[in-house]
Write a protein that binds this ligand. Structure first.
Ligand code: MFK
Length: 555
């Protein structure tokens, strides 16, 4: 007699999935409902629903399938010719088309909704970014280059490049690089060694550039803005000039540019970041023969905004997956979503992400108001001071939150083919490029130094609290205000240069957390009043409990 074998179905874990990334995003939808007039929101919503669908479905599936692909550099062809061709990954090729068609850059320049078009564009970028493996990098620089060229008033270059940078037609779309970093430094750009030699007889500011660029992201771009020192100019940032380069000649070959190698990076591995030698690269002056560092700052400020939007986007993606998984994963007799500690942990991360979201989008609002000429009192000061603060704090939050998200999956979060580890690796670039935390903390001091006071920040925060009437929220408002008062007294009290510098990071982070809390409280009150929703209030409470004031005396 044959013995019957007991057959049990093997355990199978249901993986996390994503829905429509716009429809499922309480924070984004609630925020847009507050800042957009209802008719304008109705107009922009189809674009967000469509981007949310792509991000949660086709692009996400492509991203998972594309995991092992990386850009390839071919330096020589079979016949010994130097070609320096870059082959992008399949996902990036799709991302370029989708970005153009959906106006992920263009929306800000079409300005169909005045200053709020910048917010609309950032919402599209926020949805698009986590499913496209840092294609946000070339888009950020494209946006920054368009902004910088428009600001320069150089009509020849504006006419030549801006229509390409801001088009929705994929075949016409150009992206831009931002080539600043040299071997001498990523932060101290004034040390740049690239030399610019004026072409004899040139009347239109034509130069040839000679030097090495050490960390050039998205080398596949059609144009780049870069810095070089015209011969006989003095050292330092003032002696540099801002140049416009078209990277390929009429045959599609690099324009006297050698791509020495692609960088072997911890993350952002789909981004073709290269070391270059400029060997007589034709370049045109953008605005004057000096002050290159100052003249490129419009680009820096736009890419820093993108950095913040990318930070909140990566946090959102991690949390969307973690919350979904918590409903599917069973351990010790129940789903993780029924476990108080697991959900408490996720709620703490959600609070950080939500606070960061409001600061990043507030800087988008300020950027939009300045671009559209709809400035309110203090806006210019606020934008200059809050851009570095927002960039540095959201980047740090992204690293913390994505690290915790991986942990919330246990071992699966550490295994590459879940598609989870890349979140942390990509987040880790955010505090490094576009100015490290310390460089931006010092930039914050420089921005504030002119007035030696954070009074404009205190006054907008006071204004924000005028609409707050819920008693627990008012208690939280006092925490934000107390942190700002402390920061102001630190600024007045610490006059020693070295002590001030040593405390700059804690000062900037305190301003960032106080501002994030204030924005979260204002929104939470609105959400209580208009949506009868207390979730934002819960996040505000948790965020405040995690600590706002990080300044230690005598630092
Ligand atoms: C996901 C999206 C992310 C996008 C990815 C893009 C990938 C690209 C990869 C990269 O290229 S990363 C490299 C980026 N590099 C940096 O971000 C440089 C970091 N270093 C700094 O930011 C330094 O603070 C800085 C180079 C600006 C200091 O240079 P200097 O030579 O010491 O200049 P200085 O004297 O401080 O500033 C010159 C002028 O610019 C001053 O104005 P004035 O001439 O009127 O006095 C400054 O006030 C002004 N300025 C500096 N930073 C400014 C600014 N103005 C407005 N906004 C700012 N942020």
């Amino acid at each position: 007699m044959r013995r019957s074998r007991l057959v049990t179905a093997p355990f199978q874990q249901t993986p996390p999935t994503l829905g429509n990334q716009y429809a499922d995003d309480r924070v984004l939808r609630s925020y847009l409902a507050r800042v957009f007039p209802a008719d304008a929101l109705r107009e922009i919503e189809p674009s967000l629903i469509e981007m949310g669908r792509l991000a949660g479905d086709e692009l996400y599936q492509l991203q998972l399938a594309d995991r092992l692909n990386e850009p390839q550099l071919t330096q020589w062809d079979a016949w010994g010719n130097r070609v320096d061709e870059i082959e992008l990954t399949p996902l990036w090729r799709v991302a370029e088309r989708v970005a153009a068609e959906h106006g992920v850059v263009a929306t800000a320049y079409e300005r169909k909704h005045g200053s709020l078009s910048r917010v609309h564009q950032c919402a599209l970028a926020y949805l698009f970014t986590p499913s496209t493996d840092i294609y946000s990098c070339p888009l950020a620089m494209t946006d920054g280059a368009a902004r910088t060229l428009l600001f320069s008033g150089n009509e020849t270059l504006i006419e030549r490049a801006v229509p390409h940078l801001t088009t929705r037609e994929p075949s016409e779309f150009w992206t831009a690089g931002q080539w600043m970093t040299e071997l001498t430094g990523g932060s101290d750009v004034g040390l740049s060694e690239t030399v610019a030699k004026e072409q004899p007889g040139s009347e239109t500011g034509e130069f040839r550039l000679y030097g090495r660029k050490w960390f050039t992201s998205a080398i596949s771009s059609q144009i780049a803005l870069t810095l070089a020192r015209p011969e006989d100019n003095p050292p330092g940032g003032r002696g540099l000039a801002l140049f416009y380069i078209e990277t390929r000649d009429e045959h599609g070959r690099p324009h006297n540019i050698e791509i020495n190698r692609l960088k072997d990076k911890l993350g952002t591995r789909k981004v073709p970041t290269a070391e270059l030698t400029l060997n007589g690269t034709p370049a045109q002056l953008v605005m004057g023969t000096t002050d290159g560092v100052r003249n490129i700052t419009p680009l820096l400020n736009i890419t820093r905004l993108w950095n913040g939007i990318s930070a909140v986007a990566l946090m959102r993606r991690g949390l969307a997956l973690a919350f979904d998984y918590a409903g599917k994963r069973v351990a010790f007799g129940s789903t993780l979503s029924e476990k108080a500690l697991h959900m408490d942990t996720l709620a703490g991360l959600q609070a950080e992400a939500e606070a960061a979201f409001h600061l990043a989008f507030y800087v988008a609002e300020l950027t939009g108001r300045i671009e559209a000429g709809e400035m309110e009192e203090h806006d210019a000061w606020l934008l200059r001071s809050l851009t570095p603060i927002m960039k540095l704090i959201t980047a740090k939050q992204a690293v913390t939150v994505t690290s915790e998200v991986l942990e919330s999956f246990g071992g699966a979060g550490y295994v590459e083919d879940t598609g989870l580890p890349v979140l942390l690796r990509d987040a880790q670039v955010l505090p490094i490029w576009e100015g490290t935390t310390n460089v931006l903390a010092l930039d914050t001091l420089r921005a504030i130094n002119a007035t030696e006071s954070i009074a404009p920040l205190q006054s907008v925060v006071t204004e924000m609290f005028e609409s707050v009437h819920d008693s627990p929220l008012l208690d939280l408002a006092r925490i934000s205000q107390a942190a700002l008062t402390h920061a102001q007294s630190w600024l007045h009290g610490v006059t020693d240069r070295s002590q001030r510098e040593a405390g700059a990071r804690r000062f900037a982070l305190t301003l960032g957390r106080a501002m994030e809390l204030a924005l979260l409280i204002r929104h939470a009150q609105w959400s209580q009043d208009h949506e009868q929703d207390n979730l934002a209030s819960d996040s505000a409470r948790r965020f405040a409990q995690a600590g706002i004031d990080l300044i230690v005396q005598h630092s």
